[in-house]
Design a protein around this ligand. Structure first.
Ligand code: COI
Length: 357
């Protein structure tokens, strides 16, 4: 009922007055784009540093047809989330980690990048400007998408002469249509996501276009997504199209080590620490595809997916199923609860990961 939705008000930490939430169906958020009020834009020339950005009304941007990002894929993105706490305060999760990862990626892609402080301040400003789009506590989060791109015009292959750092946001719910129900993966045996020495370890836009074909084929066969193997030995796990992968056996939680072909996920890193603090043994190493056969549980982590339990994995026509009676394994459930209650401000932040606005 729309009248109820428009009358939803929450205390605002920014202004100390009640803020009227956007008139949308907060109970049925998926992971889709919704146009919000403001975006953040900051520009600089090649060889210079970013200095000053500004909030603008959200809308289309103008690009030269020969912009570096359009022609040669000189672009990176980030993803992080803001949660609304029950008391109305707004929480970010480890935003400085995204800033640092963007800086690493920018170095690989020959782009200037904002400082950690510039990044975090820009994220805060964008979130506060779009405050009415942050879902009520427990209904989802505000997904924050920073972009760094070569927007200057080039024709010969070279770094673009001008760069734009942009942030937009969108309210989101669950990433996979399964919600928190287990997803079904298929191991990709022909196509690869990344190669040693390539850009698989940074969040460049091209890494994500490269997985669409295998992902589309998997979805057409009824799978949720694809699990990639390394391109050299074709036997070690890498990651799923948009998330990292973990294998649980007894008290040991293993995940592929970061070695340049795997995205260094911030949720991945956080889950390793949470698991350690809960008494699990954690291993970052080569994890062979055979290990899936006798694993107790498998789960995926990412900013967008948070933690997604894996219900089954199909490899060369063999299907292995995991999890308890409802398909959600005990360890996946335990880590999911620990991480999300921290992110939503329901448990004390002993790690110092939460930035409160
Ligand atoms: C995220 O998890 O935030 C990502 O950047 C993955 C993206 C494909 C949604």
């Amino acid at each position: 009922n729309n009248n109820n939705v428009t009358s939803l008000k929450v205390a605002s930490p920014a202004s100390n007055v009640a803020v009227e939430l956007a008139d949308i169906d907060w109970d049925n958020l998926g992971f889709g784009i919704m146009n919000t009020d403001y975006m953040y834009i900051m520009k600089c020339s090649h060889g210079e540093n970013f200095s000053k950005g500004e909030l603008q009304r959200f809308g289309n941007i103008e690009l030269s047809p020969s912009a570096g990002i359009l022609n040669y894929g000189q672009g990176l993105f980030e993803g992080l989330k803001a949660y609304r706490k029950h008391d109305g305060n707004i929480l970010l999760f480890r935003p400085e980690e995204n800033a640092q990862r963007l800086r690493m990626g920018a170095e690989r892609m020959c782009m200037p990048s904002p400082t950690v402080d510039q990044f975090v301040e820009a994220v805060k400003a964008t979130v506060l400007a779009n405050e009415r789009w942050i879902p009520p506590a427990g209904k989802g989060s505000l997904y924050i998408r920073p972009l760094l791109m070569g927007t200057g015009a080039v024709l010969g292959l070279a770094p673009a002469p001008e760069y734009t750092f942009l942030i937009y946001v969108s309210p989101v719910g669950n990433y996979f249509k399964e919600g928190l129900a287990p997803i079904n993966l298929i191991v990709e045996t022909e196509m690869h996501r990344a190669t040693p020495g390539g850009t698989g370890g940074v969040k460049t836009i091209g890494n994500y276009a490269a997985v669409l074909k295998a992902q589309g084929a998997a979805k057409a066969k009824g799978y949720s997504d694809v699990l990639y193997l390394d391109s050299v030995h074709k036997k070690y796990l890498e990651e799923v199209s948009s998330c990292n992968v973990f294998v649980v056996k007894g008290n040991v939680i293993s995940t592929p080590a970061i070695k340049g072909t795997i995205l260094p996920g911030i949720t991945r890193k956080s889950i390793l620490d949470v698991a350690l603090s809960q008494g699990f043994k954690v291993e970052e190493r080569l994890v062979s595809v055979e290990e899936l056969l006798d694993a107790d549980e498998v789960f995926c982590t990412g900013t967008a997916v948070v933690i997604s339990p894996v219900g089954s994995i199909t490899h060369l026509n063999k299907r292995v199923s995991y999890g308890g009676s409802d398909g959600v394994g005990r360890v996946s459930q335990q880590l999911y609860s620990a991480l999300t209650s921290l992110q939503m401000g329901l448990t004390e932040d002993k790690m110092g990961w939460i930035v409160e606005l």
